[in-house]
Ligand binder design. Structure first.
Ligand code: XMP
Length: 509
């Protein structure tokens, strides 16, 4: 089935993927494309039903600034946000001025044209984050809103179905942002929201069958939500052409390998093959301390383990992975800065022979959960906390050894079971213990200790792109810290990480 589709053209804005999310939350399929690829894609692909131009860090007044793909203006309804609006204004004969200072924060929006895209809002607060601003709307456009410091805060040209807003309707600090997006998509573009989990499943099954034909597929499963949902989808599409492979790399949480094997045997028709590669992973990681080097090694070791298995199987052509959209984005695109190499995207070695298939690479986590529920997976599998592919290796700073893994596993077990028994786990996106590679002095039973600290981290998040530390009650933290230093050998200090993402990331490496 062909769905109505919205392209978000990304000019490097920090909220570009959030725009995609918001559009999808409204039931309209949306994809982000880099501005550098937009012209070609719009000319050759099936044309989208609407276009949203994202914000971005550049100024339209600089030479070489990202430009407006002219295909946009050929009859496709368009909404420019922030840089996107400035670009529309600049390209269509309006005036943009260079600002001396950046305007950042909440502002009151004053709607100057009732019945317009922003007309009739009940809550007029909007979120601004911009340097330049539009001084004069282009010919044919009306100015439909202003703020105290931004006289042209929104523009529209009904005849051309083209709009611009200087503020960010996609962020939660603009309480009626979704109303504006809904109005653009449904009232102005006439879309009807035909994208659901069910339709995603139907389409994916068709695409997977087309791509794979009668070949065989290895599904790399970790026990996490993404790979479980991916495996269920692949099994639904291909039946016994699928074999699930679980690599026990020794970097899982305490007792987790056993739990995964148990769960998979109960819920999946295809064969589950367990590869015990603990020795190989520990040998490859010996002496390695650099985070990116660890990720690359782990990515390569995974593939080596799969390939060894593929040879036994004879005729496995595909490797299916549970890569998600944020993994793809954060592994670096034409416009986004590279933050970390997510091992299942950027870390695969060149010699890999299996073709990769990633049926979830366009989905966000909450969408994957909803697909999982629709595929009939049990609640406890679908609602599991995310766990990184490189496992505890990215929570052990410095060298990864079996002894240090055991320390993290024990501390993590205490932390998470205490949260659960106190009912504090609800609403937490991820909670874990990490081990630092410094030592500090302590005293225990009249003896001096010189041992490593454990860091506890619990965050709330909507999609892992941003996160905040959870305000856990101090008495609970104190009790957990007490248990960890008493029960886990080699730890004499416990810290709680208060940092949000950004500027930190969720994992320590
Ligand atoms: P960060 O640390 O980048 O993590 O804020 C964002 C989310 O991604 C998970 N994560 C990974 N998942 N492979 C994965 O499959 C990886 O290499 C990886 N690194 C981080 C992390 O647990 C969080 O949910």
């Amino acid at each position: 089935m062909v769905h109505q589709k919205v392209f978000v053209i990304d000019f490097g804005g920090q909220y570009s993927q959030l725009i995609v999310r918001r559009v999808r939350e409204l039931g309209v399929y949306s994809e982000m494309i880099a501005w550098t690829e937009a012209e070609a894609k719009l000319a050759t692909c099936e044309r989208p039903s609407a276009i949203i131009l994202s914000g971005g860090p550049r100024s339209v007044l600089e030479g070489q600034a990202p430009s407006l793909p002219m295909e946009c203006l050929k009859g496709i309804p368009t909404l420019g946000i922030c840089y996107g609006m400035q670009l529309l204004a600049h390209s269509l004969g309006g005036q943009v001025e260079k600002a001396d200072d950046r305007e950042y924060g909440k502002r009151e929006l004053n709607v100057t044209k009732p019945g317009s895209l922003v007309g009739g809002l009940t809550q007029a607060q909007v979120w601004m984050s911009h340097g330049d601003q539009v001084l004069q709307a282009p010919p044919g456009f009306d100015t439909i809103a202003s703020t105290e410091s931004c006289p042209v805060a929104a523009i529209e040209n009904r005849a051309q179905n083209t709009y611009g807003v200087q503020f960010h309707p996609e962020v939660s600090h603009t309480p009626e942002g979704k109303t504006i997006l809904r109005r653009f998509l449904f009232d102005r573009c006439g879309l009807h929201g035909d994208w659901t989990s069910e339709s995603f499943i139907e389409d994916s099954i068709e695409l997977i069958r087309q791509e794979v034909g009668d070949k065989r597929v290895l599904c790399a499963v970790s026990g996490g939500v993404d790979s479980s949902v991916m495996a269920a989808l692949m099994s639904r599409a291909l039946g016994d052409q699928v074999t699930c492979v679980f690599v026990n790399h020794g970097l899982l949480r305490k007792n987790e390998a056993e739990q995964v094997i148990e769960a998979f045997s109960s819920y999946f028709q295809p064969r589950l093959v367990v590869i015990d590669a603990r020795n190989e992973f520990f040998a490859a990681l010996k002496g390695v301390t650099d985070p990116e080097a660890k990720r690359k090694i782990i990515g390569a070791e995974f593939v080596r383990a799969f390939e060894a298995h593929a040879d036994d199987l004879k005729g496995c052509d595909f490797l299916a992975q549970g890569t998600l959209y944020p993994d793809v984005i954060e592994s670096g695109s034409a416009t986004a800065a590279k933050i970390k190499t997510h091992h299942n995207v950027g870390g695969l070695p060149d010699w890999m022979r299996l073709r990769v298939i990633e049926p979830l690479r366009w989905l966000f986590k909450d969408e994957v959960r909803s697909v999982g529920k629709n595929l009939g997976l049990p609640e406890e599998m679908v609602e599991r906390e995310p766990f990184p592919g490189p496992g505890l290796a990215v929570r052990i700073l410095g060298e990864v050894t079996p002894e240090r893994v055991a320390i993290v596993q024990d501390a993590d077990w205490i932390f998470r079971s205490e949260l659960r028994s106190r009912g504090l786990h609800r609403g937490i996106w991820q909670s874990y213990a990490a081990l630092l590679d410094v030592k500090s002095v302590g005293v225990m039973g009249d003896e001096r200790t010189y041992q490593q600290p454990i860091v506890l981290r619990a965050v709330q998040s909507e999609d892992a792109m941003t996160a905040q530390a959870v305000a856990l009650p101090f008495p609970a933290l104190e009790e957990i810290a007490h248990r960890i230093v008493n029960e886990v050998q080699g730890v004499n200090r416990v810290l709680y990480d208060l940092t949000s993402k950004p500027p930190a990331t969720i994992e320590w490496e």
